[in-house]
Design a protein around this ligand. Structure first.
Ligand code: ASP
Length: 326
């Protein structure tokens, strides 16, 4: 571990290892489902998120600020299921979930089922930094947002997009055809980021609109610390996929526990949880993860996962399908 920076000992970010990995969600159904034009636009926004996060890290900023900056860009993009572009629930509304965690302090914040907060990741960070709680939901979270001048509010229709509306109509049609309620396979585009900063600290954040056609105030894994988001001093994870399985498998914490207790590499830990535990249970999805050396893992058991990365050596990329260069 001699090559691992000790917190606070690095004066210059340029000599330290920094790394960033982001996702824009698993669940991409097939290559044919994305036009070449859409792929360019999606990868452009992934690149903008990488720029925002990496700029923070390169100028000596914290992993916490980096994941916040990257996720805000993805929330503001209509291409992803978080913030603008969030999916519709069974009642044709949006309920947004988000969480954030700082590894070396284990501080965490989360919000669920918010309806008027433009950037739920910022509210989850405010919960972490300005409340004595970890998770606030629904009307209570909105009330807390009322106390924060820095949290931008919008009309719920701000989150609408035609694409997501069509997805709800498709889910309803499927439901009618199958004569049973379904949210299966109807998640796309949750966003997340994990970063390692020049001080050797890790942070992770996740934001989502949840699953199309969800009902009864359903909350998925994304705002649940340990399930959709987790960070400690060695490891950080953000997940995406069928949230019920990610909660039951405590995916993000399981990946980091394998690194901490068994000494697994981040690649093996993330691979075994996504392709082993989650898949065996019948769930699907993916995760992004990194460790204190800046090693990055991005496994998924769906046909695709929107993702982007900047490694400690500066190499960088974006990809959607398995053979796209990562
Ligand atoms: N995991 C999210 C949820 O279940 C959905 C997603 O990743 O797209 O709410």
């Amino acid at each position: 571990m001699s090559d691992v920076p000790t917190p606070g000992t690095h004066a210059s970010a340029s000599e330290a290892r920094i790394a960033l990995v982001i996702h824009g969600g698993a669940g991409v159904s097939s290559r044919a489902s994305i036009s070449a034009e859409d792929e360019v636009a999606i990868r452009h926004d992934l690149d903008r998120a990488l720029d925002a996060g990496h700029q923070v890290l390169a100028s000596g900023g914290s992993a916490l600020d980096a994941v916040t900056a990257a996720v805000v860009v993805l929330e503001d993009s209509p291409w992803f299921n978080a913030g603008k572009g969030s999916v519709f629930d069974a009642e044709g509304r949006h309920e947004l979930d988000a969480s954030i965690m700082e590894g070396h302090t284990r501080r965490a914040g989360a919000v669920a089922a918010v309806t008027t907060v433009k950037n739920p990741v910022l509210l989850s960070r405010a919960v972490m930094e300005h409340s004595e709680h970890v998770m606030l939901v629904s009307a209570g979270a909105e009330k807390f947002a009322d106390t924060r001048a820095d949290i931008q509010r919008v009309a719920p229709t701000y989150f609408d997009t035609d694409r997501r509306w069509q997805q709800l109509l498709d889910a309803r049609a499927l439901e009618t055809a199958q004569a049973t309620h379904t949210v299966q396979g109807t998640y796309f585009g949750t966003v997340g980021a994990v970063a390692l900063d020049g001080h050797g600290n890790i942070a992770a954040a996740t934001s989502t609109g949840g699953m199309t056609n969800k009902r009864y105030g359903r909350v998925g894994d994304s705002p649940i610390i340990g399930a959709g988001t987790y960070a400690d001093e060695r490891c950080g994870v953000s997940g995406t996929g069928w949230g019920e399985f990610f909660i039951r498998a405590v995916v993000a914490q399981d990946i980091c526990a394998r690194v901490a207790y068994r000494g697994d590499t981040i690649e093996k830990a993330a691979h075994d949880v996504i392709h082993g535990v989650v898949a065996t249970m019948g769930g699907d999805g993916g995760a992004i993860a990194l460790d204190r050396q800046g090693n990055i893992a991005m496994p998924f058991n769906t046909p695709g996962m929107y993702r982007g990365w900047v490694r400690p050596d500066g190499s960088r990329g974006t990809a959607i399908f398995p053979d796209s260069g990562d």
